[in-house]
Each structure stands twice: as structure tokens, then as C-alpha cells.
Design a protein around this ligand. Structure first.
Ligand code: UTP
Length: 294
């Protein structure tokens, strides 16, 4: 069966970024001049996804506005002859075919995925976290879809982390199958380095068979009282094979202040129009060559 739908859970509180996230979704924070969520939607579109299903909340309205058509702004840009800017905003609002579903209570990532069930139906689908940006040569979702076509089971994207960093992630216990593909035996949330079965960390891109919904439904609240997606995947593992695909990619977690700043700096240093000035600014800053404030 074709993979046509992607679920983007964006209903979380973003507490690690308060007070900035009190009224503004972290998914709308700009990476230079494009919001984080647009990178994630573009990744879906490039992988041939037809419907992007946002699981959203009452404080997330700006996301809906962003993917809407804004005819007044379009007319204004046309009038000023700002054709490149016009092209940028027209394209994304015309090609995205969004569905918005409210998660009425923030009961966890697993619950957010379950809320999307009526829009997904009995089809395989992607889950892509709204604050994780991935940069890689090959579109990660396309690769996951290709592997799904071959193996027909759920797939979790993972990447290698330094052994000392396993404590920050969900880590898989898995058997090597073929280049970059593993069969998952278990998932361990934030293990200590000496307990970690591998250094393969879950990264925020999943492809699920619809059976995951059954499993989420019977998943009790776990860590933090939330219905955890990881716990539902563990239940799925009891019945169905789950594979992991190892990414050769750079991962940007924009949901924390440090991760966000790192993302801005890296993306800024790759932007032709600002990179040399930004580089000099950073160099002088690090060398403390700026004049002191009087
Ligand atoms: P996170 O834990 O990273 O996001 O959840 P958060 O809850 O927004 O942020 P903190 O931890 O309070 O700082 C991963 C993803 O799942 C979504 C979030 O929006 C984020 O994209 N999520 C989480 C939901 O949609 N609903 C939830 O109930 C929980």
C-alpha cells in the first residue's frame, strides 16, 4: 500500500522554550527566514506525501495561517515587484494539502498520534516531529518509504550518537540485517551509557503500519503521566517486526534554546547572502575582538 499521509504532532507545550512558547509555537520559530515547520513539511512534500496532518492545539494557530493562502500579501508583493519573495510564499501555500486536528489535552506524543487516526485510516503513515530538522543528501522519508515497500513493516529512523550522549535519547536494541537496516528487539528510554544496548538513537521520523493505533489505545500513561509513543512501539514489537534505518544525516533539535541557536548558526553559515559577515562576526566574538561597552 502506498504511503500517502504524514502526521506532524505539533500540539506540545514547548516548556523547554518558555516564555517564548507561551503565545508562539516553537514550530514557527524561524531558521533565518523560514519557520522550522516549513522545513518539515517540505521534507514530506519531496517524499511524495499527499496529505500533511497536523495534530495541533489551541495555542498553535499561526501554523495554520502560515500554510494558508494570503492574497493581500501576495498582491502587495506583486505590486512592489518582489517576485522572488512572492514565489516563496505562493509555492508552499499552494502545494501543501493540510489537515488540522486538535489534540484537546496534551496527553503525550503517543496520544497525539492516536488523535490523527480518523484522518489516517487503515493506511501506513509517517510521523515526523515538528521540531526536528534533518539535513541529508537523500530525503530521509523517501528512503523510509522505499524500505517500507520492501519490508512492509514499521520503521524507526535512528542515528549514531556518542556513547556518552545515549542518556539524552531513546536507544534501540537491535540486530543488524543489512547495510543501515536493523531489526528492533527493544527500545530503552535515556539509558546510562553502561546500560545502553547500542548507540543508535531514535530521531523523530517514523513510518507506522496502522496497527500502531491499536497499541497506543492500550498504552497506559508512562513517564511524566504521558502516553508515550515509545511504549506503544514496545507493544507493537510483541506482534509485528519493527525495523530501524540508520541515517547518515545531520539532526537539528530546534526544541531547546541551545539546539535552536546551533541550528541558526549552521544554517546561517551556509546561506550565501549572510555567511561571510556572520563568519566574521562569530570569529571576532570568539576572539573577543569587539570593542568593550563603555
Ligand atoms: P516534545 O516533548 O519534544 O515537545 O514532544 P513539547 O512537549 O512541545 O516540548 P517540551 O518537552 O515541553 O519542551 C515531541 C513532539 O510531540 C509533540 C510536540 O509538539 C513535539 O513536536 N507533542 C507532544 C504533541 O503534539 N502532543 C503532546 O501531548 C506532546
Amino acid at each position: 500500500m502506498e504511503v500517502r499521509k504524514a502526521v506532524l504532532p505539533v500540539a506540545g507545550w514547548g516548556t523547554r522554550f518558555l516564555p517564548a512558547t507561551k503565545a508562539m509555537p516553537k514550530e514557527m520559530f524561524p531558521i533565518i527566514d523560514k519557520p522550522v515547520i516549513q522545513f518539515i513539511v517540505e521534507e514530506c512534500l519531496h517524499a511524495g506525501i499527499e496529505n500533511v496532518i497536523f495534530v495541533t492545539g489551541r495555542h498553535k494557530r499561526p501554523i495554520e495561517h502560515h500554510f494558508d493562502i494570503n492574497t493581500d500579501l501576495e498582491k502587495h508583493l506583486e505590486h512592489c515587484g518582489k517576485t522572488q519573495l512572492l514565489k516563496n510564499i505562493v509555492e508552499i501555500s499552494r502545494i501543501t494539502n493540510p489537515i488540522y486536528i486538535r489534540q484537546k489535552e496534551q496527553l503525550g506524543l503517543g496520544h497525539a498520534v492516536l488523535v490523527a487516526e480518523p484522518a489516517v485510516g487503515a493506511e501506513p503513515f509517517i510521523v515526523s516531529l515538528g521540531d526536528i530538522v534533518i539535513k541529508s543528501e537523500e530525503n530521509v522519508l523517501s528512503r523510509m518509504v522505499d524500505v517500507y515497500k520492501r519490508l512492509g513493516k514499521s520503521i524507526i529512523a535512528v542515528f549514531e550518537v556518542e556513547p556518552k550522549d545515549v542518556v539524552k535519547y531513546g536507544i534501540i536494541n537491535a540486530r543488524y540485517i543489512e547495510k543501515d537496516i536493523y531489526m528492533v528487539d527493544d527500545l530503552i528510554e535515556k539509558p546510562r551509557p553502561e546500560e545502553a544496548p547500542s548507540n543508535l538513537a531514535i530521531v523523530g521520523r517514523y513510518l507506522f503500519t496502522p496497527r500502531i493505533f491499536e497499541k497506543i489505545r492500550v498504552t497506559p500513561p508512562g513517564k511524566g503521566g504521558e502516553i508515550q509513543l515509545t511504549d506503544a512501539i514496545k507493544l507493537l514489537l510483541e506482534e509485528e517486526a519493527v525495523y530501524a534505518i540508520k541515517l547518515n544525516a545531520r539532526i537539528y533539535d530546534t526544541g531547546t534554546p541551545l539546539g535552536y541557536i546551533q541550528t541558526l548558526v549552521e544554517f546561517g553559515l551556509e546561506r550565501e547572502d549572510i555567511k561571510s559577515e556572520l563568519f566574521n562576526f562569530l570569529k571576532n566574538l570568539v576572539a573577543e575582538e569587539r570593542p568593550a561597552l563603555k
